[in-house]
Design a binder for this molecule. Structure first.
Ligand code: PLP
Length: 498
């Protein structure tokens, strides 16, 4: 199966080429030319398998130029026993009958980004070899906090690669920052930027599409790639866990095979919810996708009205990984719903770049509303949901998961839709300890990060993951910062190209 660009139908690349490149030179995103579908028999077979074997089957449908052995090695390495603190890798927790929490944060950096970023470096190095490239792969990442650490950890000391992460100086939690500044490895670096996540993402995108910069690198045997969810290689592993979770819901008896579910996702760059949408296209029966946002509710408005408008206040919230006004992966949804009309997608994206907004019109808005529901909640609502979920269900959730639960409970109340729901839980609560503790016991939310962790542990009776606790006292290696304009210079220095 080949991949094309959301902005140019003439593009046709193998999966290895699409993943090695990351983003199309026309500025578009790579998408499969058709979506593979699971028949009911195949789905039934998946139910009997474990996570790794399910992953191999699903990946094989997208990475058609990889051998079964190559996929097997990537998957066994990424999800090796012991790497994730759950034997199921991404398991379910029943919040109440009919509401399953999909715990995606049991990996090395405690956020759902590990699900993809443990696999991506493996897939990417195989992909590069397949394309015949001997270049060093330089990964540039813009992060709202979690991608950065997960990518640093995934690519650390991977031969033939190096990685540089840009994060917003005031836009990440204390723990997220510490995770990045203390990163070990010989091929890694991180830099704060004076701006927000969108500035970081735009800065990185500009470097990727800068032909002169590319030429300078090519002469030195370096090619750039992306570990952000603009890279297709980030999305495929995320499709896996939605398919797998549906299988688990059937196995548990929450639904019968063929019954529909609702999928609720706390959303920023629209990557995670887009992966859920692809799982639906592959044959997982989904009644509604519920898109949950924080106060940066540009997606809520868009999904409800068809008007995308980023010209609005930017809020720094207690769910920083969703503090985003330009949701890159929406472009892929528009491509899919517009049946591959790349001209219209290009026009909307040009309008977004020029004016900060676009309107997809009535027909497209109708299509969206048949599939998606959207809602948002502010920090107060987030805190209230953390408290209620802990007090009434004994479940400790992080701020992003709380946004999803808050929006879902409102959706269910307003719509009366009681279809069994799968709620994506995207981070371990100890990653956002101050906010979680403030929600539960504000008087305890004081002192150093590690004092708060101890307070949250003793109040909740839940242990902080060792990979976070072990950062205490660790040397901070990367303390630099730069302006957006200085980003190309920082990249140049990191790659030692003068
Ligand atoms: C990245 C992230 C999100 C948002 O995911 P998108 O794919 O950008 O929509 C939500 N929660 C957490 C904890 C994250 O790290």
């Amino acid at each position: 199966m080949n991949y094309t660009s959301t902005r140019n139908p003439k593009v046709s690349l193998s999966s290895a080429q699409a993943i090695a490149k990351g983003i199309s030179p026309d500025g578009g995103l790579f998408v499969p030319q058709s979506v593979p579908v699971f028949g009911e028999g195949e789905l039934r077979e998946l139910i009997g398998l474990g996570y790794r074997d399910r992953a191999k089957r699903i990946l094989a449908k997208y990475l058609t130029d990889f051998t079964g052995e190559e996929i097997g090695l990537c998957v066994e390495g990424a999800y090796a026993p012991g790497k994730f603190s759950s034997p199921e890798v991404a398991g379910l927790h029943t919040l109440e009958p009919g509401v399953e929490i999909l715990e995606l944060w049991r990996g090395p950096t405690c956020a759902f980004k590990d699900m993809a970023l443990q696999l991506l470096p493996r897939v990417m190095t195989v992909a590069a070899a397949k394309t015949g490239s001997t270049d060093k792969i330089a990964i540039l990442v813009a992060t709202s906090g979690d991608t950065g650490k997960a990518a640093l950890e995934g690519f650390r000391d991977v031969p033939g690669t190096c990685i540089l992460v840009f994060y917003p100086v005031d836009g990440v939690s204390a723990m997220q920052k510490l995770q990045m500044t203390t990163q070990e490895g010989s091929n890694v670096s991180a830099c704060a930027i004076q701006g927000n996540f969108d500035d970081a993402q735009n800065g990185v995108k500009a470097i990727f599409t800068d032909k002169a910069f590319e030429a300078r690198l090519a002469g030195r045997g370096i090619s750039l790639s992306s570990a952000n969810s603009i890279n297709w290689g980030r999305l495929v592993p995320q499709i896996v866990y939605y398919v797998s979770a549906y299988c688990d819901m059937v196995a548990k008896g929450t639904v019968a095979l063929g019954d529909s579910i609702n999928i609720v996702v706390p959303t920023g760059n629209f990557g995670n919810i887009l992966a859920a949408y692809y799982a639906g296209l592959m044959g997982i029966p989904v009644h509604r996708f519920v898109c949950a946002s924080n106060s940066n509710n540009v997606l809520t408005e868009f999904l409800q009205t068809g008007r995308y408008n980023r010209n609005r206040a930017f809020y720094t919230t207690s769910s920083p990984s969703m503090d985003i006004l330009i949701s890159s992966n929406l472009e892929r949804l528009l491509y899919l719903l517009g049946e591959g009309d790349t001209l219209r997608v290009s026009q909307w994206m040009a309008e977004l770049a020029a004016t900060g907004g676009y309107d997809v019109g009535r027909e497209m808005t109708r299509k969206i509303s048949e599939l998606f529901s959207a809602g948002f909640c502010d920090d107060k609502g987030t805190a209230q949901t953390i408290r209620e979920t802990f007090e009434t269900r004994g479940y400790l959730c992080d701020t992003h998961t709380a946004v999803a639960l808050n929006v879902y409970m409102n959706y269910r109340k307003e719509s009366g839709d009681v279809t069994p729901a799968l709620v994506a839980s995207t981070a371990n609560p100890f990653k956002f300890c101050e906010s979680v503790l403030s929600a539960l016991r504000p008087e305890l939310a004081a002192g150093s990060e590690f004092e708060m962790i101890e307070a949250l542990e003793s109040f909740s009776g839940i242990d902080c993951p060792p990979q976070l606790l072990n950062l205490r006292g660790k040397t901070e290696r990367f303390t630099g910062s730069c302006s957006v304009a200085e980003m190309p210079g920082v990249v140049g220095q990191f790659l030692q190209i003068g």
